[in-house]
Design a protein around this ligand. Sequence first.
Ligand code: HEC
Ligand code: HEC
Ligand code: HEC
Ligand code: HEC
Length: 197
Amino acid sequence: MTYRILLFGFLLSIIVIAAVFVLPDNNRTTDQSAIAATPPALNEAQYIGVAQCVICHRTEAQGEQERIWRESLHARAYETLKTEESIEIAQEMGIETPPHEAPECLVCHATGWDLPPERLGNRFKIEDGVQCETCHGAGSEYRAIHARDPEAGRERGLIVGAGDADACIACHNENSPTYKGFEFERDMEKIAHPVPN
Ligand code: HEC
Ligand code: HEC
Ligand code: HEC
Ligand code: HEC
């Protein structure tokens, strides 16, 4: 009898120990995983949407990035594709789909339009147009860590490329049917949203 109880207890503890190793750890926070040596594959990061950034990036002390962005044309880039002007441009170019569904336009006027649903967070909105993550990278992996540890943020996909015009010229170029020219310093000034010193 005693032997059976001992055996039962032994088997039970094996099962419990195995479960600890095998079952996914749902309590694991992003902060803990941030300590892991290998960064997750950045091409699996999700675009989580402006709403997930402006929780913090809205106050005067932070630099009012939300207000500055909302007042810029970048915030309206997707809606622009629904205007009469856009429809005419697309027709002249022989594009058969409405411009707000045409890859030929979305490529510069939106983010995430070409990605499968698992790459988009539940607060992601295509209506955000050219948004924080278009320039700073998909946010799911760096969102929690970057405020405390900017270096770890960068390792997890946060893009901060001071003084680099190439990122802008990816869209501000002659492939834009309405191209108006681009001068990095002048145009950066128009959208600047630094953290105050
Ligand atoms: C929990 C609050 C919080 C959230 C959410 C948040 N940030 Fe931040 N972020 C911060 C803080 C705090 C800093 C540090 C600012 C400073 O230098 O004082 C920062 C810094 C940054 C910087 C500058 C980094 C550097 O090294 O200069 C960028 C760019 C940035 N955040 C983008 C984003 C984007 C994009 C999102 C959404 C995907 C986001 N943040 C979400 C709090 C947050
Ligand atoms: C069109 C591209 C673009 C968009 C859209 C954009 N940013 Fe930026 N952001 C930049 C650039 C460029 C800088 C200057 C620093 C650098 O070169 O990365 C910058 C700087 C910042 C900084 C300050 C870094 C510092 O050290 O002063 C923060 C914070 C930030 N962005 C957050 C945001 C948030 C939040 C949003 C969305 C509401 C956003 N950005 C939208 C391109 C963009
Ligand atoms: C993903 C494409 C894309 C990138 C990257 C991009 N832009 Fe733009 N930008 C646009 C589009 C599209 C518009 C026009 C939106 C509209 O009129 O609806 C625009 C408009 C602007 C304007 C017009 C003025 C205003 O009031 O907003 C400025 C200035 C500008 N961008 C600066 C920049 C700078 C500086 C960078 C790099 C840091 C940058 N853009 C990166 C797509 C982009
Ligand atoms: C290579 C990137 C790119 C592509 C592709 C693109 N746009 Fe744009 N779009 C821009 C930029 C950048 C601006 C800001 C003005 C400029 O072109 O310098 C803009 C501005 C606009 C504007 C505002 C007009 C104005 O006077 O500022 C309209 C309308 C527009 N685009 C429609 C479209 C349509 C429709 C398509 C698809 C047929 C399209 N765009 C494809 C980058 C692009």
